[in-house]
Design a protein around this ligand. Sequence first.
Ligand code: AKG
Ligand code: FE2
Length: 345
Amino acid sequence: MATSLSEAYDNHLQLKHIIPLDFDLVHDVPESHLWTQTDQFPHTYQTCVIEPSIPIIDLRAPNVVELVGNACREWGMFQVINHEVPASLVEDVEGHARQLFELPAKQKLKALRSPRGVTGYGVARISPFFSKLMWHEGFTIMGSAVEHAKLLWPHQYEEFCDAVDNYQKKMKSLAHKIFLIILKALGLEEEEDDQETCFSASEGALQLNSYPSCPSPNRAIGLAPHTDSLLLTILHQNDVNGLQIFQEDMGWVSVPPVPEALVVNIGDLMHILSNGLFPTVCHRVVPNEARRRFSIAYFYGPPTDCVIAPLSKMSAPRFRPVMVKDYISLKNKHLEKALHLIRIN
Ligand SMILES: O=C(O)CCC(=O)C(=O)O
Ligand SMILES: [Fe+2]
């Protein structure tokens, strides 16, 4: 039987002992959440001063394939406008996320992610890899959110579930559309590669993120540096700055919120497919002193039993083929070292 995304993510990470801080109760950053320069290793804390801008691409542009290809090669990230996801739907889901995270801590804990579970309320999945905790709380949805939503709002869960279902449908079709553009940018026409059949059944997961305002933002981190594991991520951020990407020659570059735009970033599996041509982008979130930041991330990936390898038209493959579920489990154990483990030297 095929493995679902949540089964693939069900792993040995011990998140059960980590419960998000009740941010309403703290007036200073506690020791458990205090990050120093060394915790940020290997990247410095410094933000890039020149602030170059990440491309904003109109999905209706006649040369969209070229624009997307350039952005993927140079940045591993871009923002899209004219993506046909109604602003009202995005606002609706953001409003529900806000309501969820503004519930009293005691209520949120009713939907706490179970010890071996993947979905529900909890800390960032990458938390066990770091000695300090993050200024963040999240809620993960894979498929239906009913089970956890009922625990939060026993009599009023339908609205939340309908909104996230609609959002996931829109995200899935947008992600597939962008994925096909990226394949074209790699010189691949539809159905040309064996892996294409596998991709047509690609699925996703939804992550609601909340970064409460932080009394001492320079001494805390919203989300520690990481790359996303799957093919690509589509992200909505509210109007509060915080997301940054790491570029070797520039340091940390901000990804400013652009009204109605969605951020797209390349994940590890896309990096493998492109044979390393498109970088999987290392990103982090810094907290804000005055305002709470929200984001909604949709992670798009192939079925977990699909085998991923550099596209056959690429010469001299730099990665060995890997089953999606095996890659997820490598990432769960080794985080950023996972890619190196499948690299051909
Ligand atoms: O909140 C953000 O801007 C980034 C979220 C993120 O990187 C993630 O959920 O993987
Ligand atoms: Fe991410």
